[in-house]
Write a protein that binds this ligand. Sequence first.
Ligand SMILES: [Zn+2]
Ligand SMILES: [Zn+2]
Length: 143
Amino acid sequence: MSSKNRQIALGAVALVVLVAAVIVTVARTSGGGGPSDTFTVDGICLACKQPVTAKYHCSERLPAVCPLCGERAVYGTYYCFDCGRRFVPHLVPASDGGPPVMPMIPTCSACGGHNVVGYLPEDPDQRGAEWAPLPEWPPGGRR
Ligand SMILES: [Zn+2]
Ligand SMILES: [Zn+2]
């Protein structure tokens, strides 16, 4: 097998691991005591730039409403193993004209690496991670 094929195979494995990690995070955060139809996100509010824990209903999607400033601007965060920073991935425009949404496949906004996982506050390395520059808020074009 050529080394190129091996790289493709490795990429596929990384993607599966990433998807599994996201599913595990969602399953775990939805379990803790609250109503089961509510998700909790350990994210950051792009409007007031504060790391916050926000709840949102399972029929909704991110961004969630910020408990501090009331803006719908709380996004989930990821950790990049390549540069060791915590980041919000480049957001993609929403099809319904609402706030931009999280991309399906996040890449590091600082180094462009694919070696990322959903942020886990239990991990001391991730908790102490430096922040990569955050996406603009309000999103481009809105004044
Ligand atoms: Zn806020
Ligand atoms: Zn990175």
